[in-house]
Each structure stands twice: as structure tokens, then as C-alpha cells.
Design a protein around this ligand. Structure first.
Ligand code: ZN
Length: 293
């Protein structure tokens, strides 16, 4: 089974005119990241039909639709309502994680999302959404997620790298504090965790990070393919989850429309994984974490 644990789905209102939509809703970080005026965007777009067709052609059985790290609760709620229609239309194929902003309404946001059929939170962003491990609303959310067995996916910015527009730091120590404060929380760090995996070589830290997972989203834009083998060496195959970041265009030089198949083939051909490792990475680990049948 292949499960893509990191995809995004945007309502048609956004796709029609992304920048105008973002400015109207005062989502300025997203506007700068996804719909800039000073450079071409690598964002691609999808709708329910094109997403399912893309999954079919890549042999992807299920996909986790992540929402976004919106700056405003109203945008989060609106986005969740739209994604709920997708999962209702294809419940066997799509799993949804909710857009949540950690504020005083956080439990109501979570309960509303649960009633809509969501089963996780994310993608969140410490820097853009301005919270940290000590934030009481984050703590309330983390505890609620443990009680409901919901994972939380957090964007992890690479700790060192080239500056790129819209890149906002996510301090690794905050992820450590989150894991320490709520050891049972399944915390998925996107984009290989931004470098945190290195510190799992400290045995005390490794113990504290035992429920931290790392996803592969957007890796071709950031790292060479040997990162797969290196990450297995650092944290073990069982903590790694395949995610693409679809409909982001991961190969912008040659790829005009978003797709999943190229990244999966790239992993199969160039990551140097054996059959057991591939099966775990591409689906079995996610299936186990989400307790899917
Ligand atoms: Zn991300």
C-alpha cells in the first residue's frame, strides 16, 4: 500500500486568483510564499478529480490532505469545511488533517474538525502561527490530540540553508520541548525535520523523540537523494513517512503540472532502499501510525 502522508488541497476560490484571495483574507505569509509577484511560483493546483487521477496513475492508495498554517482562525475553519467535502466524496482514498490555529478557541476548532471527519492536525508552523511549546493553547491541543489519537504535522524549516523567500525559522529546540511535554503525542515533522534527526544520536534525546516521525515532503527541492539512506542511518526506517507536498511542483525545471509518480519513481530508482525499506517508507509506517486497516 502506498500512502502519501503530505499533500495539500485548496478550495476553488483560492485557485482562481491566489494572490487576490490571500490579500483579501489577510493571509500575507501565504501570499508571499505561494503567489509572489517577484518570481515564478512553483505551486501547482489540484481539484478532487485531478487529485484522484494523479493518485491512480502513481499507484497511490491513500493520501493525507493537509490543510495549511493559516494566520487566522476564520481561514482555518473555512478551509476545513472545504476539505471535508473532498473526504466525504472519496472516504476510501483521502484522510484529512485540519487547519488549526492555537488560540483560546482551540478545543472548539478541534471538536468541529473531528465532527467533519478529520483525523489529525496540520500542517502547522511555529513561526508563521506564532506559538511555541510553552503556549497553553498548544498544550491544550497536544493533550486533546493524545486523547483522540490524532497526529500533528508541523512544518520544519531547514535549520541551515540558503535563504528563500517566505522561509521562516522553526527552532528545533521547540520540537524537543513539545515531545518532552507530551511524550505520547505523535509529532510528524515535515521536510525531514529540518535537521533534528542529527540530534537523535544523543541517546537521551532519542528516547524523548520516540514518537517523532519525519516526512519526505518536498525533498527533491532541498536535498540529494542520499538523504533517504542518511535518515535511515540517523533515526531508523520506522520513523520515516513518505509525503510529496503535492500539488507543489517538485521538479520545476521540467514539470509543468503537479504529479506524484515522478517522485515515487525517483525514490525507487535513486534512494538505494531495499524492498522492505521501500514498503515501510511508502505506506506501512503511515498505516501503522494512523491505525488504518
Ligand atoms: Zn511544509
Amino acid at each position: 500500500m502506498i500512502i502519501d502522508c503530505h499533500t495539500h488541497a485548496y478550495p476553488i476560490e483560492i485557485v482562481t486568483n491566489p494572490r487576490k484571495w490571500a490579500l483579501t483574507h489577510n493571509e500575507l505569509h501565504w501570499a508571499n510564499l505561494v503567489a509572489p509577484t517577484d518570481r515564478p511560483s512553483i505551486q501547482g493546483w489540484s481539484n478532487l478529480d485531478s487529485m484522484l487521477t494523479t493518485m491512480d496513475s502513481a499507484g497511490v492508495d491513500k493520501a493525507v490532505l493537509l490543510a495549511w498554517y493559516w494566520e487566522h482562525e476564520s481561514t482555518c475553519r473555512w478551509h476545513n469545511a472545504a476539505i471535508a467535502e473532498w473526504i466525504q466524496a472519496a472516504p476510501e482514498r483521502l484522510i484529512a488533517f485540519a487547519a488549526i490555529t492555537p488560540n483560546s478557541n482551540v478545543i472548539d476548532q478541534l471538536e468541529t474538525a473531528k465532527a467533519l471527519g478529520f483525523r489529525g492536525v496540520g500542517e502547522l508552523h511555529l513561526g508563521v502561527q506564532k506559538f511555541d511549546a510553552a503556549n497553553p493553547h498548544w498544550q491544550a491541543m497536544a493533550n486533546w490530540c493524545v486523547d483522540n489519537d490524532w497526529p500533528i504535522n508541523c512544518h520544519a524549516t531547514e535549520t541551515a540553508g540558503h535563504d528563500h523567500p517566505g522561509s521562516i525559522p522553526t527552532p528545533l529546540q521547540e520540537f524537543v520541548r513539545m515531545a518532552e511535554a507530551t511524550p505520547a503525542l505523535k509529532l510528524i515533522l515535515a521536510h525531514w525535520g529540518g535537521g533534528l534527526a542529527f540530534f537523535e544520536q544523543n541517546p537521551r534525546l532519542r528516547k524523548r523523540l520516540r514518537n517523532v516521525y519525519y516526512d519526505t515532503a518536498a525533498s527533491p527541492l532541498l536535498y540529494e537523494m542520499r538523504v533517504f539512506r542518511q535518515m535511515i542511518e540517523l533515526v531508523g526506517i520506522d520513523k520515516l513517512l513518505f509525503g510529496s507536498d503535492y500539488p507543489l511542483r517538485l521538479y520545476p525545471q521540467s514539470q509543468k503540472t503537479p504529479e506524484m509518480i515522478r517522485y515515487i519513481e525517483h525514490i525507487r530508482e535513486s534512494a538505494g532502499l531495499n524492498a522492505v525499506e521501500l514498503a515501510k517508507l511508502l505506506g506501512d509506517n503511515c498505516k501503522r501510525m494512523l491505525k488504518l486497516d
